[in-house]
Design a protein around this ligand. Structure first.
Ligand SMILES: NC(=O)c1ccc[n+]([C@@H]2O[C@H](COP(=O)([O-])OP(=O)(O)OC[C@H]3O[C@@H](n4cnc5c(N)ncnc54)[C@H](OP(=O)(O)O)[C@@H]3O)[C@@H](O)[C@H]2O)c1
Length: 341
């Protein structure tokens, strides 16, 4: 392995970009060479977060200032629709780790249907991998584009994929209620949620048609080899960060809540960043804030064949920047924990 991985971060001044910089600037195997945004050109990144030590970090520049020969990997924390444009100018030997939805959906028609954008790099979709690290560790290295899952899908798939793989739940009846802090909508959250006062109310949004639905359906369908369509309602809460997803599930076969708990505990034993809480325990986002951990609890329902699974993550870390760095670590033959634990 080389001495250090040379990195660029695009979308450096957004909520996710800032978290990425906090992690990457302390990562012992990384050297950050470019921090790019649209505005604030020439400014120091510490103007955006005083906790970031500006020493050895470059000033903010435009994307077209990147000398691609100098870097090994670029993280894109741009809004949807932007990374696909840039992907076309990135040389093949430079990895793109994208945090937007641009390469999450395998079918460009589905992408257009949900994001309203005609995909600008359709021929590159096959060179990308949807990488929720816990399930893709053995495959990441082969791909030049690493697409990080959405924040809600991360909290939901970490418990559901093992259970679907092992046929322990009814795939026709997956009901998910998720709650997120307003940072989930980026630094322009107020504009995106102009119908409500995000600092004083809780609001349901994207009801019946949230953009994370096709992504979750796609990944769960791959596992079950049958078409899965989840029921999902997200909510925005008057807190800055954190996601809590509550999943109402029907047990299949002769399984039980206890068996599901034991299986999940065994399955995730090898996954450092996944913690299974004590059976039947309650969880809060406070358990995982500022960490790359996902904590999962399996709870009994009063109805025999039902269970409730709760999952919590920090949307800006395990749901975005932390997961992206975890993916990078694996892609560059490092221990997944480096810079994250
Ligand atoms: N927030 C979350 O919890 C979360 C979780 C998972 C994934 N994501 C995804 O991660 C991406 C970033 O999210 P975010 O919440 O950090 O958004 P954000 O706070 O709105 O930040 C967006 C960043 O992109 C830059 N940018 C926008 N348009 C640009 C352009 N045309 N050229 C160069 N820079 C541009 C902005 O810089 P300027 O201010 O200079 O325009 C800013 O640095 C999004 O795709 C989002 O869906 C977010």
């Amino acid at each position: 392995m080389k001495d250090s991985i040379k990195v660029g971060v695009i979308g450096a001044t957004g909520y996710v970009g800032i978290e990425l910089i906090k992690i990457l600037s302390k990562h012992p195997k990384v050297k950050v060479l470019y921090l790019c945004a649209q505005k604030s050109i020439g400014k120091s990144i510490s103007n955006f977060d005083k906790n970031i030590k500006k020493k050895s970090l470059p000033r903010i520049s435009k994307i077209n200032k990147i000398d691609w020969k100098k870097i090994d990997v670029v993280f894109s924390a741009l809004p949807n629709g932007e990374a696909q444009k840039i992907s076309k100018i990135i040389p093949e030997n430079v990895k793109l780790i994208d945090l937007s939805a641009d390469f999450r959906l395998n079918n460009h028609k589905t992408y257009k249907e949900w994001y309203g954008i005609d995909h600008k790099a359709k021929n590159l979709i096959k060179h990308s991998i949807y990488s929720l690290t816990e399930f893709s560790k053995n495959k990441i290295k082969k791909y030049r584009i690493i697409s990080c899952p959405g924040c809600y899908p991360t909290s939901i798939q970490l418990p559901l994929i093992p259970l679907i793989k092992n046929k322990m739940i009814n795939i026709k009846n997956i009901i998910i209620d998720s709650k997120s802090g307003y940072s989930g909508a980026g630094k322009n959250a107020e504009r995106k949620f102009s119908f409500t006062n995000i600092y004083n109310t809780i609001s349901a949004y994207g009801v019946g048609l949230h953009r994370h639905m096709p992504e979750i359906d796609q990944e769960l369908s791959k596992i079950s080899k049958k078409k899965v369509r989840i029921f999902f309602t997200p909510h925005i809460l008057p807190m800055f960060r954190g996601i809590l997803s509550t999943m109402h599930l029907e047990i299949s076969g002769n399984n039980s809540a206890k068996k599901i708990y034991s299986y999940l505990k065994k399955y995730h034993k090898k996954n450092f960043f996944i913690k299974i809480a004590k059976f039947n325990s309650s969880l809060s986002t406070g358990d995982v804030i500022n960490t790359n951990f996902c904590k999962i609890s399996v709870c009994k329902d009063r109805v025999n064949n039902k269970i409730i699974i709760i999952s919590v993550i920090d949307n800006l870390i395990k749901g975005a920047s932390g997961q992206a760095v975890q993916n990078m670590n694996i892609a560059f033959n490092l221990n997944e924990k480096i810079g994250l634990s």
